[in-house]
Design a protein around this ligand. Structure first.
Ligand code: NAD
Length: 421
C-alpha cells in the first residue's frame, strides 16, 4: 500500500486543529470547552480511594450480586523477593516461571540449569541477567548474589536433599517441590540443615493455596454441612510406553512411583482438609508384571487413612488410568464433588443438597486464582516478615512417615498404626 504524503500532512493538520494543539489550537479548545455540556464531576464511588497503600473501590452493585475481588496491590519490582529457580524442566517452564507474572511479591532473578542453551533462552524470556545464570557446579555462588533471597528447587525428588542443603549453606531460604525428599531420614536432615543455617524451608504444596480446596476445608472444619462421614480421593494419569527411562520410573530419583508423585496429593490434601492426622493406614500396591516402567516403582496404589474422628479416607493413585483428579465428600446434609480437585486450574465445587421436595446440585463459583502465584507470594511474605510458612518442612516429613507406613502396609498386608504426630 502507498500513501499520498500531501493527504497525510493535511489529515494531521486537521486532526491537530480538532484536538486544539498547535497554531490557534488553544483558543479553539477554550471555546470548545465553553460550548461543551458540563459533565458531573466523578463521585467517590467512581474514583475510589487509597487506603493503606491499596486502591479501594466502594461497592456499587446491589446486595444480590457478589462483590468484586479486591484490586491487586503488587509490590514494586525492586521490593519483591528475588527467587532463583533451580531446574528448568516442565513444571518450572510451564507453570512456575509464568506464574511470576501473576505474583505481587515475588520475581525471578536467577536460574540454575545443566543446559546452557536452554538457560540462555529462558533468561532472555524472563529478563534474567546472564551473570545470574548458574550451572549446578556453580550453584554455591548463589551465596554472593544479593538479589537472590529464596531458592526454589524444581529438580527430580532424589536431588532435593542435596540442593536444599546447598541452598541453606549459601544462606538462602528454600522453597522445595513436593515430595520434600525420597525418605523421612532425608527430610529430617533437610529440616535440620535449614534450622542450623537459620533459613526457612517450605514444601510447595500448592493445594494449600488453592481457593476451592481452602473453601472445602472451611466447610469441613466449621461443620457447615454437619459431620464429614466419607471422603474419597483419586489421582490418576498415564505414562507413555517408552517412558521407562524417565526419572519418575527410577527409584533413586523418584523415591517411589505413583504414591509420592500423585498419591501424595490425596494424602496431603486429606490431612489439610480434615485438619487431623491419620492414626492408621492400610494399603495395596500393584504393577503390571513384566512392564519395564514398573521394574523399580509401583504403578498403582490404593490406600486408606483412618482418622481419630472415625473418618476413613479412601485414596487411589495410578500411572495406569486416564487422567482423573477428583475428590468427593459425604457430609450429614450435603455431598461435595470436586471433579478437578488437584489440577493446575479449572477447579469446580459442586454441592448436592435437598432443595425443597427434590434433590439439587449447586455450583459454587470462586474467582480464579493462580495457585503457583499464591504459593510464591506466600513464601515471599514469610521471608519478608520472618514468619513460618503454612507448609514448612515438617509438613513434608509427616507425609514421608505416612508414605513409608503405606508401603509397609502394602508389603505386609496389614494395617499400620501411626505414632502421634
Ligand atoms: P522434569 O523432568 O520436567 O524436569 C526435571 C528437570 O531436572 C529437567 O530440566 C532435567 O534436565 C533436570 N535434571 C537435572 N538432573 C537430572 C537427572 N539426574 N535426571 C533427570 N532430570 C534431571 O520434571 P518436573 O515435572 O518439572 O518435576 C520436577 C519436580 O517438580 C519434582 O520434584 C516433581 O515432583 C515436582 N512437580 C510438582 C508439581 C506440582 O504440581 N507442584 C507438578 C509436577 C512436578
Amino acid at each position: 500500500m502507498t500513501h499520498d504524503t500531501t493527504t497525510l500532512a493535511h489529515g494531521r493538520r486537521s486532526l491537530l486543529k480538532k484536538i486544539g494543539a498547535g497554531g490557534t489550537g488553544l483558543a479553539l479548545s477554550a471555546a470548545a470547552a465553553a460550548a461543551a455540556p458540563r459533565l458531573p464531576a466523578p463521585s467517590a464511588i467512581d474514583t475510589g480511594s487509597v487506603q493503606n497503600g491499596k486502591v479501594v473501590f466502594p461497592a456499587w452493585r446491589g446486595e444480590a450480586d457478589a462483590p468484586s475481588a479486591p484490586t491487586p496491590a503488587p509490590l514494586p519490582p525492586e521490593q519483591r523477593v528475588g527467587y532463583a529457580i533451580v531446574g528448568l524442566g516442565r513444571l518450572a517452564l510451564e507453570e512456575i516461571l509464568p506464574a511470576f507474572g501473576e505474583s505481587g511479591q515475588a520475581r525471578p532473578v536467577a536460574l540454575v540449569s545443566g543446559s546452557p542453551e536452554k538457560m540462555a533462552t529462558v533468561a532472555k524470556q524472563y529478563g534474567i541477567k546472564p551473570e545470574s545464570c548458574y550451572s549446578y557446579a556453580d550453584f554455591d555462588k548463589l551465596r554472593d548474589n544479593p538479589e537472590v533471597k529464596a531458592v526454589y528447587i524444581v529438580l527430580p525428588n532424589g536431588m532435593h536433599r542435596e540442593y536444599v542443603e546447598r541452598a541453606a549453606a549459601a544462606g538462602k531460604h528454600v522453597l522445595c517441590e513436593k515430595p520434600l525428599a525420597t525418605s523421612s531420614a532425608d527430610a529430617r536432615a533437610m529440616i535440620a540443615a535449614c534450622d542450623r543455617a537459620g533459613v526457612q524451608l517450605m514444601v510447595a504444596y500448592r493445594i494449600h493455596y488453592q481457593p476451592h480446596n481452602r473453601r472445602v476445608r472451611q466447610f469441613v472444619q466449621e461443620k457447615t454441612f454437619g459431620r464429614l462421614v466419607g471422603y474419597t480421593a483419586v489421582n490418576t494419569q498415564t505414562t507413555a510406553l517408552n517412558a521407562a527411562e524417565q526419572w519418575r520410573h527410577k527409584k533413586a530419583l523418584a523415591g517411589g512411583g505413583s504414591l509420592p508423585d500423585i498419591g501424595l496429593y490425596c494424602l496431603n490434601t486429606a490431612r489439610f482438609i480434615t485438619g487431623q492426622e491419620p492414626v492408621e493406614v492400610y494399603a495395596h500396591v500393584f504393577s503390571p508384571p513384566g512392564d519395564a516402567r514398573y521394574a523399580e516403582v509401583e504403578e498403582t496404589v490404593n490406600f486408606s487413612l483412618r482418622f481419630p474422628s472415625g473418618l476413613v479416607v479412601q485414596c487411589l493413585a495410578s500411572y495406569g488410568a486416564r487422567e482423573d483428579k477428583w475428590q468427593r465428600f459425604e457430609l450429614e446434609t450435603a455431598s461435595i464433588d470436586m471433579p478437578s480437585a488437584y489440577e493446575y486450574q479449572g477447579q469446580r465445587l459442586l454441592i448436592g443438597q435437598r432443595q425443597g421436595d427434590t434433590k439439587g446440585q449447586t455450583e459454587l463459583t470462586l474467582p480464579p486464582k493462580n495457585q503457583f502465584a499464591a504459593e510464591l507470594d506466600h513464601f515471599a511474605e514469610c521471608v519478608t516478615r520472618n514468619r513460618k510458612s503454612d507448609t514448612p518442612g515438617e509438613e513434608g516429613l509427616r507425609d514421608h512417615l505416612l508414605m513409608e507406613a503405606i508401603y509397609r502396609s502394602a508389603a505386609t498386608g496389614q494395617p499400620v498404626k501411626m505414632k502421634p504426630a
